[in-house]
Design a protein around this ligand. Structure first.
Ligand code: ADP
Ligand code: MG
Length: 761
């Protein structure tokens, strides 16, 4: 079976309205082991024919068999597979990857090979082949460090790495001087001698003279097929041009001498040397694999860490490293975007944490029960003026509500505190019970201890004070056992509260005096029965003097005591109402349950009928937590949107540069397709490049963002926390941006036509 069989192949280009017939019916066969030159003047259609033979293009009509397989009907992908498995290409312009070492250039076709060996074997094989083409000492050189001849040898080595059945060389010596041309042509002869079928395209008879057989094309038709009158014999190879053919085409003696070079003597004295050459080439040819004709290199192969990564990643990394600066600038958008996102998330999370901490100092899971608003004559006195909330309510709630762990009644007054010659008006003078500290998470006393239930029962004149009072009244000295006066009532200090700091509103929580509620209510406060009543009645009767007459129905809240009543009860009637009840729920989650329970208990105790409104109201911190949380969330959200926009801008930047890169690397894409890359390989390569850029940018962005939030911590002492979800999210987002914005350029690259890409200037 012939390696190559063409049957009446035609190719017509359509330029707008005009048809340009380039090949007009070409038929020939090539056997395995032949060295064929395809010769013709420039424009005669050689390259067109070569592209057909190389499965880069399809004929307009006619049939083409390669290795028994009909090619002209194959799809583009199948043709790529054929190129990968059976063909090697050598171009006039070398088409090496720039800024890529010789070894990596040679290894490139293996990226697309379906039978690629392990990376170690592959590198060994590349070294071997490079040594074979005489570049053993140029393995790590990049094309710009090599001469044209050396570059063409690298290209030949590259075409051999996949052990092709057919080597196609289009004007391989077109860009080389005559001496180098001879070396290259001799190399083809050696390869051919070792069993490789070589097809050489040239316009130059001197080059064609190196072949066994010359097919001459004129205007798209074969005008001569010259076997040189010899039968094809693989073992009978002559690695020098045939003198008679050179003479026949009339080469100038000077050019001839230059071309034949050092080999001249072996030809001119004929006989002996020729036999020696034949024996050597025959020995080479006898070896089975093309790549095995040279012994394995003595030095061992060193593989970098790069070998650990899969080939597509390596390819992408190499491509990106070729343009370090540009890659870095391309990634900049993503770096800034991701950095901003990370910094935003960490800082806003930090501020939320600090908010939560402040909130916790106010007492976690607390609910405040305040009495409702009293109204008289259509005038409301505001929240807390109804006198219906009692310590009994507090006890009942603690007893009955399952979601409640502690309750404490609270009465609050304003008043001056005096010690010796100093005085101070604390923010809060509160009467309560011992559990109040539990509710406020304030059990830790700085000194002394809290008053007890007995103190409450007996209305003992004791108190505990906060740090601010210690500072203001006692100059930081221990106040335990000292007596201070509140509204002329002497109270003994028995404890000092631990420091709590300011709350969310910036109010000093340590500016507080706590005493038993009974003491505050009955000894200090002027909320005695008479005063309460006076206040209640005065607000309606005295203060709104003129209106009083208009509403005759408005009576005093409480009936005045008769003289005998006053005589029988020397103590004033004790109103046991309190201003509020502090409640601690079992957990934040149970706050709603606790609130429901409190509501039903209080409604029952206060005998509020269905449909009537509550005479108390409940407030919990969660409202405030929620409010604060939603505020910081909103800020965070806004900043996040800005950061995301910058990410999108970064993505557009990447798309832009990738498009430029695709245009710039059109020839590289064409070359990769020629050596067997299918369009999905090209798509994958550019997509991976975009993703690598993005993920790399994302990684740097994460570090930058962390650095920024650390700087905030250093400067502002805001607690910032590394957020794992944010980091993972940033990676996912940047990879997604890579895919989203890299796809179009990659798709564009994958749709390129290999021939046009190779011809692209
Ligand atoms: P050569 O023998 O010099 O390699 P080519 O095969 O490159 O010649 O070209 C043969 C003819 O086909 C030329 O006249 C050229 O103008 C024409 N040709 C080649 N490629 C195209 C194309 N893509 N579109 C139109 N005409 C083309
Ligand atoms: Mg050409």
């Amino acid at each position: 079976m012939s390696l190559l069989r063409l049957e009446n192949i035609t190719k017509t280009y359509h330029l707008g309205e005009i048809d340009v017939p380039v090949l007009k019916g070409i038929s020939f066969t090539v056997e395995r082991g032949e060295l064929v030159a395809l010769m013709g003047a420039s424009g005669s259609g050689k390259s067109t024919l070569m592209n057909l033979l190389g499965c880069l293009d399809r004929p307009t009509s006619g049939k083409y068999w390669l290795d028994g397989q009909e090619i002209s009907s194959l799809s583009a992908n199948d043709r790529a597979l054929v190129r990968m498995a059976k063909l090697g290409f050598v171009f006039q312009s070398f088409n090496l990857l720039p800024r890529t070492t010789a070894v990596n250039n040679v290894l490139m076709p293996l990226d697309y090979s379906t039978k690629a060996p392990s990376i170690r074997t592959a590198v060994e094989r590349a070294h071997e082949i490079l040594e074979r083409v005489g570049l053993g000492d140029r393995l790590e050189h990049v094309p710009s460090q090599m001469s044209g001849g050396q570059q063409q040898r690298v290209a030949i080595a590259r075409s051999l790495i996949n052990e092709p059945a057919l080597l196609l060389a289009d004007e391989p010596t077109g860009n080389l001087d005559s001496q180098t041309s001879v070396e290259i042509l001799e190399m083809f002869q050696q390869l051919n001698a070792a069993g490789l079928t070589v097809m050489l395209v040239t316009h130059d008879p001197k080059v064609a003279a190196y072949a066994d057989r010359v097919i001459r094309v004129v205007d798209g038709l074969i005008v001569e097929d010259d076997h040189g009158g010899r039968s094809i014999d693989v073992t009978r190879r002559d690695p020098k041009p045939k003198r008679e053919r050179i003479d026949a085409v009339g080469a100038t003696p000077a050019a001839h001498a230059a071309m034949v070079g050092a080999g001249e003597s072996s030809i001119s004295d004929g006989g002996g040397t020729m036999v020696a050459v034949r024996e050597r080439t025959a020995a080479i040819a006898a070896k089975p694999a093309v790549a095995a004709t040279i012994a394995a290199p003595a030095h061992s192969v060193r593989l970098g860490v790069a070998a650990l990564f899969p080939a597509p990643l390596r390819t992408a990394a190499t491509a990106l490293r070729r343009n370090k600066m540009r890659s870095a600038l391309t990634a900049l958008g993503v770096i800034i975007g991701v950095g901003a996102v990370i910094a935003m998330v960490e800082i806003s999370q930090g501020s939320r944490t600090s908010l939560m901490q402040t909130m916790a100092t106010m007492g976690a899971n607390t609910i405040m029960v305040r009495s409702g608003a009293a109204a008289s004559g259509g005038i409301s006195f505001g929240s807390g003026t109804l006198l219906t909330l009692t310590p009994g309510d507090s006890e009942e709630i603690e007893r009955e509500a399952s979601a409640v762990v502690a309750t404490a009644p609270v009465v609050q007054i304003q008043g001056q505190v005096v010690y010796g010659n100093r005085n101070w008006i604390p923010m809060n003078v509160m009467g309560t019970t011992a559990p109040y500290l539990t509710i406020r998470d304030w059990e830790q006393m700085d000194e002394g201890e809290m008053f007890t239930d007995r103190d409450v029962r007996n209305a003992n004149k004791v108190c505990v004070i906060g740090q601010t009072l210690v500072k203001e009244l006692f100059d930081g000295q221990s106040p335990i056992g000292e007596d201070l006066r509140v509204k002329n009532v002497s109270l003994r200090v028995i404890g000092v509260l631990g420091r709590k700091g300011s709350n969310m509103m910036g109010m000093d929580q340590d500016d507080v005096l706590l005493a038993p509620w009974t003491t505050v209510k009955y000894r200090i406060s002027d909320n005695s029965a008479a005063a309460t009543e006076a206040a209640a009645s005065s607000s309606t009767t005295s203060e709104v003097n003129s209106l009083n007459e208009l509403y005759p129905g408005s009576t005093a809240l409480y009936a005045e005591q008769s003289a005998s009543q006053l005589a029988n009860t020397p103590q004033p009637v004790r109103f046991t109402n309190v201003d509020q009840i502090s409640v601690k729920a079992r957990s934040a989650a149970e706050i709603p349950v606790a609130m429901d329970e409190i509501t039903s208990i209080l409604r029952q105790r206060h005998r509020i009928r269905f449909g009537q409104t509550d005479d108390f109201n409940l407030r919990d911190m969660s409202e405030m937590v929620k409010m604060m949380g939603s505020m910081s969330e909103m800020m965070g959200g806004l900043l996040m949107i800005v950061a995301l926009i910058s990410l999108v801008v970064g993505g557009v930047g990447i798309m832009n540069i990738m498009l430029v890169s695709v245009t710039e690397r059109t020839r590289e894409i064409g070359l990769r397709m020629a050596v067997g890359a299918r369009s999905y390989h090209i798509l994958r390569q550019f997509l991976i490049e975009a993703i690598v850029l993005c993920v790399f940018g994302g990684g740097i962005g994460i570090l930058l963002g962390r650095a920024a939030s650390y700087a905030v911590w250093l400067g502002l002492r805001w607690p910032v926390a590394a957020s794992i979800p944010a980091i993972v999210g940033a990676f996912v987002v940047s990879a997604t941006i890579g895919v989203a914005f890299g796809f179009y350029p990659a798709w564009k690259a994958s749709r390129l036509d290999p021939i046009e890409a190779l011809r692209y200037e």
